[in-house]
Design a protein around this ligand. Structure first.
Ligand code: SAM
Length: 398
């Protein structure tokens, strides 16, 4: 179940609001665990055999499964309930934000004005919001990440923070930072001889997966970049409220304003699947430029389609068709190794991993699984009560 946000920017919610949130989280859990399991069973028992027979020698993919399943009642029930629950996530949180926008912005400002943890915020009012952010309310989130409602606004950040909390029904860790803890600990164990001094998070949103890197590597300078000012204001205030030093900058990952060879690690978390192919390639080339020789690129992402069974391809690509995620499938159809090589990384520097959630797993088990050869299964990258994160990256030629 949802774990309460405890930092100083957490929205005040009365008993009715908390009950609505619990209902929406519970509905999402029911759809993504129970209805999803029923839909899979229906496919396996009533659709798969005919589909395979008709396909003959052709290898089935997610698009074939999508076509075959679209008319099934369970698919319609699942999709309709999932779309409705998604809209309800934002509705319930927006209601809270509208009642306390002024208070939220004041709390943010006082945390930012006296940054006790020593973090910084650098905004660039002239930065152009990329069209792929500006033109889409991605995953149906009203106003997307960048919309501002006046003043030194933090609303989009609060919407993402509390929205993700309701959305994830407790599956993404306390303070929603399990991916950050998992990535930083994956890096720490895979590159055990390294002591990174400068770390960059691309597409950091509210910095929830940025801060664990500072907690795992306290001597490092940790930076997060994003194009969305209200999320960055929130990220800075949130980091200060949590007492973790981090530096946030309004920059595009397509045009990173750090010098060549200046970073030991460039990472991203659930970022690439929201970018068109051209922007992904440009970000990876920029990551390569700012990494020092021997520096490490790491992206935690949705798993590539060609590593998944046809049903699991379909299941994850659902968002591309029904959840305002226009680039999701295109990204998953790419070969991550080829992407890194095209950006200048050596083929033999490439690595990938599939790992359990760090903050839910015994440390030794986490390390053993994270460092093993990746095994792809129905729980890889699929939000449910059991989820395994997928990551890929490369080491810049030393
Ligand atoms: C799905 S969110 C990333 C989530 C976050 N990293 C996490 O761990 O949950 C995508 C973020 O990328 C940002 N973004 C989109 N295009 C960008 C770009 N070209 N440069 C930097 N940030 C960008 C969006 O504003 C948004 O905050």
């Amino acid at each position: 179940m949802t774990q309460p946000i405890t930092h100083a920017l957490a929205l005040d919610r009365n008993r009715d609001t908390r009950a609505r949130e619990r209902f929406v989280s519970g509905l999402r859990g029911f759809v993504l665990n129970d209805l999803a399991a029923t839909m899979r069973t229906d496919f396996e028992s009533a659709v798969a055999t005919n589909l395979e027979k008709e396909a003959g020698d052709k290898v089935l993919d997610g698009a074939d499964v999508h076509r075959a399943i679209r008319g099934r009642e369970i698919f319609k029930a699942y999709s309709s309930a999932r779309c409705t629950a998604q809209q309800m996530v934002w509705d319930v949180v927006m209601d809270s934000i509208e009642k306390q926008r002024g208070q939220l912005n004041n709390t943010g400002k006082s945390l930012a004005d006296k940054p006790k943890a020593g973090g910084t915020l650098e905004l660039d009012p002239d930065l152009e919001i990329p069209r792929y952010v500006e033109a889409v309310d991605v995953h149906l989130m009203p106003g997307c990440y960048y919309k501002e409602y006046g003043g030194e606004d933090l609303a989009a950040g609060a919407l993402y923070d509390q929205g993700l909390n309701v959305f994830a029904f407790g599956a993404m860790g306390r303070e929603l930072n399990d991916i950050g803890w998992s990535m930083a600990n994956f890096y720490k164990n895979r590159f055990a001889d390294r002591r990174p001094r400068r770390i960059l998070d691309a597409g950091c949103t509210i910095g929830h997966n940025t801060l664990p890197w500072k907690q795992v590597f306290p001597d490092a300078e940790v930076h997060g970049i994003d194009v969305a000012a209200p999320c960055l204001r929130y990220a800075h205030a949130r980091a200060e409220a949590m007492g973790v030093e981090a530096h946030f900058h309004q920059q595009s990952a397509e045009d990173i304003r750090f010098p060549d060879n200046s970073m030991d690690v460039v990472f991203s978390s659930m970022f690439l699947h929201e970018l068109p192919n051209k922007a992904i390639r440009q970000y990876l080339a920029e990551a390569h430029r700012v990494l020092r020789p021997g520096g490490v690129l790491l992206n935690m992402e949705l798993p590539p389609n060609d590593r998944m069974a046809a049903y699991d391809q379909f299941y994850l690509d659902w968002d591309s068709y029904y959840n305002n995620e226009p680039f999701y499938k295109d990204f998953r159809d790419q070969n991550p190794k080829e992407l890194t090589v095209a950006a200048g990384f050596p083929a033999d520097g490439y690595f990938e991993g599939v790992m359990p959630r760090y903050t839910y797993t015994d440390e030794e088990d986490f390390i053993a699984m994270a460092l093993a050869d990746p095994e792809f299964g129905e729980d890889t990258g699929r939000l449910s009560d059991v989820i395994f994160w997928y990551g890929f990256g490369s080491v810049k030629q030393g």
